[in-house]
Design a protein around this ligand. Sequence first.
Ligand code: GLP
Length: 240
Amino acid sequence: MRWIKVKDYEELSEKAAEILMKQLESKPDSVIGLATGGTPIGMYRQLVSRFKREEISFARVTAFNLDEYIGLGKEQPESFYSYMEHHFFGHVDIPVASRHIPDGMAENLEGACEAYESSIEASGGIDLQVVGIGQNGHIGFNEPGTSFQSRTHVTELSASTRRANAKYFDVKEMPEQAITMGLQTIMKARSIVLLAYGHEKRDALAQLRTGKITGSFPASCLHEHPNVTVLYGEESEGEG
Ligand code: GLP
């Protein structure tokens, strides 16, 4: 696991965007795994402006998002579908057919999970997966206790995750479940970048740094992966 400390949020976003750009330079038809949440917003902003300056094209990219809330339709602003449209997909040239987000409105959720796993496999597997980290160590929506062997599945959101994400919702409407890539799905990616920024992530990062691998801290599975970069930083004055 390679740890890279940044001085501020801008640098985190630039470095994350550079890692993605390097991946696309070496393999323009890369399969990339994408994350949502507050942390990667700056990275998407960087990628969109580089696309607008014609420094990069995503035309041959296939994208798979980590997760989606169950019960939120595409048109709902809090869905990860809307997030991706707003922050990234709506501004770049990834073909619509090559953008994948789990379907939180599927009638057959189990079937949707299976289909998601199959389409990742059919694409040749994820070359570079971006993940954030929850305060309780979740990656994607793999909450503490999730099996390291898990594939894309339906999960109950923990109280801690619901509290952390409540800021994006009218509290009564905060979903209780989500579809998420499993820990094994994430671990199958050929490389992984974990983004963490701000004081809320300090304890989770300290736990990750211990190197202890335990099911009660899902991100710790990443210690068993040969190619993980952790980009992290704390707020500088005036931020956050
Ligand atoms: C969310 C998402 C994760 C994300 C994490 C941290 O619930 N499911 O994919 O990485 O929590 O989010 P944030 O970057 O807003 O702290």
